[in-house]
Design a binder for this molecule. Structure first.
Ligand code: AMP
Ligand code: MG
Length: 427
């Protein structure tokens, strides 16, 4: 494998001490391949999984020419262009129970939505515009050939890809698979992610909180975010700031996971041995990203037994709880989607909203404030969720969007327009 650190340092505008968020995200995406390995699963189990090979349609959908409306099945050439046409009613075509005969000149058949078009028919006239007089049906002028009909193979054609590999299977795709009569599909195996928290001050839930200690929350937010993304989570608990314990944790994680996510241990104030250890066990870059929250981050590969072993990708996130979540959504989420085989990776939707309060902001870094959206006088408005410190997890819990203050942007005045990323679908 080519050296990660070499690949990174050859990239344009690569300054590990001041990396633009877009650059950091792209550097990560460019290096990661999709995991190999797939499994066959039943159609219902395929929900939210990533398709690993195209689903080829074995049939035409719809399988037959059929009616799109309830009405009268007619031969277009029978209709008079200038006035009404009188046709003879000779039967009915139901969905699932076709009309057996042929529709001849001057004849019509009552037809239901989804019923197979009888032989000879090339037009359906909706019942609302017609009149019935005994066994005659009066059709007004102004009809078009092929109107209100659905052609065989109009949605999907036999032998052609119905769903491409790389697509995440949502309810619509699950329905399409069922509509083809397919019971099982091939999906990528789930990405395995090992997580652990570092810090001597961390206390696991279930134990009393000692003086100066904090409960470990990062493993729980990480577990939640990873579970939502469809990853298999290997929770390795809290690891003390102790070289032997950390080395053992990294070795174990690299042996069983595709990616390792740690929190804490990468900031300036941390004991240097953690960073040294990460670097010794593989190829790890330490970045200062021009963003808030979440400035320090480690990225690379842990390959403790040499480059010929698979190893695992490392995302060393900062320790502050909000910084963990923001760096996860901005960098780790797209990276894991790439590992999961999603192709293309959909962009995160954003739109403009009017900010109801002023916000401090210095140019030269991207900020992700947490906000609450509302609709006022027909336009989107957003207000920040109180204290925005990177340790204030409540600012995430109360928020329904990120307020993205772009790299070059300065302070925001009340009433200014800002970019928002709704958390719905992202978080
Ligand atoms: P660090 O990046 O390790 O210097 O940690 C920065 C801040 O985040 C400190 O106040 C830590 O106590 C806090 N912190 C670190 N890890 C966790 C965690 N797993 N859960 C909650 N808070 C944490
Ligand atoms: Mg720490």
């Amino acid at each position: 494998m080519t050296s990660i650190l070499q690949a990174l340092s050859c990239a344009d505008d690569y300054d590990p001490n001041s990396l633009h968020v877009d650059r950091a995200r792209q550097l990560i995406l460019d290096l990661l391949p999709a995991v190999s390995g797939h499994e066959r699963v039943f159609v219902r189990q395929a929900l939210d999984r990533v398709l690993s090979e195209d689903v080829i349609s074995p049939i035409d959908v719809p399988a037959h020419d059929n009616s799109a409306m309830d009405g009268w099945a007619v031969r277009f050439d029978d209709l008079s262009a200038g006035g009404e046409t009188r046709l003879k009613n000779i039967g009915t075509a139901f969905a699932g129970r076709a009309f057996a005969g042929k529709v001849g000149a001057g004849e019509t058949v009552r037809i239901m939505t989804g019923a197979v078009l009888p032989q000879g028919v090339d037009c359906v006239v909706i019942q609302e515009v017609t009149r019935v007089e005994g066994d005659a049906v009066i059709i007004p002028s102004g009809q078009r050939r092929d109107q209100n009909t659905r052609r065989a193979g109009e949605d999907l054609q036999a032998g052609r890809p119905a769903i491409p590999a790389g697509r995440k299977l949502r309810p619509a795709e699950i329905g399409i698979i069922a509509s083809l009569g397919i019971g099982e599909v091939s999906v990528r195996r789930r990405v395995r992610v090992a997580i652990f928290s570092t810090g001597d001050e961390l206390c696991s839930i279930g134990t009393p909180l000692a003086e100066g200690a904090v409960y470990d929350s990062n493993r729980y937010t990480l577990w939640g975010m990873l579970t939502r993304l469809g990853c298999e989570v290997i929770d390795m608990g809290v690891v003390k700031d102790d070289p032997a314990a950390l080395e053992a944790a990294f070795r174990e994680a690299a042996a069983c996971a595709d990616a390792i996510i740690t929190s804490g241990g990468v900031s300036v104030g941390e004991a240097d041995f953690i960073k040294r250890l990460m670097a010794q066990l593989g190829e790890v870059a330490f970045w200062k990203i021009a963003m808030k929250p979440g400035r320090p981050m480690a990225f690379g590969r842990i390959v403790p037994d040499g480059a010929d072993k698979p190893g695992a990708w490392l995302f060393g996130l900062p320790g502050n709880p909000v910084a963990v979540m923001v760096t996860f959504y901005q960098f780790v989420r797209p990276a894991l989607l790439k590992l999961a085989g999603l192709d293309p990776i959909p962009p995160v939707p954003s739109f403009q909203a009017r900010c109801t309060e002023p916000m401090k902001k210095a140019p030269g870094r991207t900020e992700y404030q947490r906000g609450i959206l509302s609709r006022e006088n027909g336009e989107w408005c957003v207000r920040p969720t109180g204290a925005q410190g990177s340790g204030v997890l409540r600012s995430m819990a109360d928020a329904d969007c990120f307020i993205v203050l772009e790299h070059e942007r300065g302070k925001v005045g009340a009433g200014d327009t800002v970019t928002v990323q709704p958390m719905n679908g992202l978080v």
